[in-house]
Design a protein. Structure first.
Length: 239
């Protein structure tokens, strides 16, 4: 099974790539920073700017066939819509939504005729639930869910399944950076962490490996009857 994973250098993308490798897949990993991919053990490691359609198509287009595409690229803008500049807005849409469009567009021709599974990493903070200071991010990830559903409908008869995973708060380097960035405003690092932890009824953050397990299921034959779904892996947020 040939698997392409974007943003595989760290966090959720890294955990998914590691899980797919452990499952015996031939994994091809990309990231904007190729140095982050070192030590992964994938079949290939490629520097790809996911916001550049030519780079994405050059990478995915090099494969004769792919069975699974996992698109894990994301960027979280912090602020209300009034605090979101035009550039902030465009960057959010480019990284979160446009990149998903490019990846799917390149992957579908490599799956048609034999089926395949596309898994997008969206978020609970999207069309599912609104959060303070997540206007640009919520809009972009909500767009990912809409794109997923449309593509699932378009390619169902080709045997191509398209789903999204919507995590709650996951303990990644990105989260730790956001906590650090919020420390002054929150009155300290512990207080900033508590703001994020308070979102989780389970009382803890998710581990990236927990998201990877869901992704492995969606990519496998065990999930063969699942398509067009925004799968919530949220530790009870939406109960």
């Amino acid at each position: 099974m040939t698997v392409c994973v974007t943003a595989a250098g760290q966090g959720i993308g890294r955990a998914i790539a590691e899980r797919m490798i452990a499952e015996g897949a031939e994994v091809h990993a990309s990231d904007l920073d190729v140095d982050l991919l070192q030590g992964l053990g994938a079949a290939s490691l490629t520097a790809v700017d996911a916001t550049d359609p030519k780079q994405v198509d050059h990478w995915i287009g090099a494969f004769e066939r792919i069975d699974v595409l996992v698109h894990a690229v994301g960027y979280v803008h912090h602020g209300t819509i009034e605090e979101c500049s035009i550039d902030d807005w465009r960057r959010s849409q480019s990284i979160c939504l446009d990149s998903a469009f490019y990846a799917i567009k390149s992957a579908v021709p490599k799956m048609r005729g034999g089926g395949g599974s596309i898994v997008l990493i969206a978020s609970i903070a999207s069309s599912i639930k609104g959060y303070p200071n997540r206007a640009a991010y919520g809009a972009a990830k909500g767009g990912v869910i809409g794109l997923m559903k449309a593509c699932a409908a378009d390619y169902l008869k080709d045997g191509i399944r398209v789903n999204a995973i919507c995590p709650g708060v996951v303990d990644t380097p990105s989260l730790r950076q956001r906590i650090a960035d919020l420390a002054d405003e929150a009155g300290g690092l512990d207080q900033a962490e508590k703001l994020f932890l308070d979102r989780q009824p389970a009382g803890r953050f998710a581990a990236p490996e927990e998201i990877a397990g869901t992704c492995a299921w969606l990519a496998s034959t065990d999930g063969a009857f699942v398509t067009g779904q925004a799968v919530q892996v949220d530790g009870g947020i939406m109960i």
